[in-house]
Design a protein around this ligand. Sequence first.
Ligand code: HEM
Length: 179
Amino acid sequence: MKGIIFTEFLELVEEKFGLEMVDTIIKSSELKSNGVYTGVGTYSFGEMVQLLGNLSKETAIAPDDLLYVFAEHLFATLATNYPGLMNTYSDPMDLLSSIESHIHVEVRKIYSDAELPTFTVISRSDSELVMDYQSSRALYSLGHGLMQQTFNHFDQSADISYQKLKDDGTKVRFTIRKK
Ligand code: HEM
């Protein structure tokens, strides 16, 4: 997993829960990196699983809810760091249906070792987009939050529901309805 995800995650933890919480979750995890991350580095996904799990334990907030909130913070950083990618779009439905064919393709050019999910568009109309998320990392709640933020970014709103196609969350169907 890319360092930018870790640095943004720890920044969010500091912002919402304080620097002590950052220390606590790093100390209670077994991290090869010792909790020191650089934006361009690559680290084991297992480190994120531990940090997220320990934050969940400390705060009594479910990991999926923490990921959803994290998405808000992460989206703002992605939009700032990659304005060229965001500015290609004027419509959130267009952006979301192009993650697989454009956005993450560009991300892969920047970070050849990025571990990205797969999004498959199942159906698309003016008001509804159905797409399947697939990833061994089961970060569908992060995806859910990023989708919601995509709508906020364009000052639009949507009802976004999902259904797990696999119980472990490695395959999830999203239904996005423009409001
Ligand atoms: C992961 C970039 C938009 C869904 C990632 C990663 C990067 C990235 C760098 C981490 C890869 C790694 O750690 O190895 C971007 C950029 C975007 C963008 C630059 C826009 C300019 C989106 C949007 C969604 C999305 C709109 C909404 C569904 C995800 C998910 C992951 C991810 C769910 C986690 C990895 C996984 O589930 O396996 N993205 N992304 N991304 N991205 Fe994007």
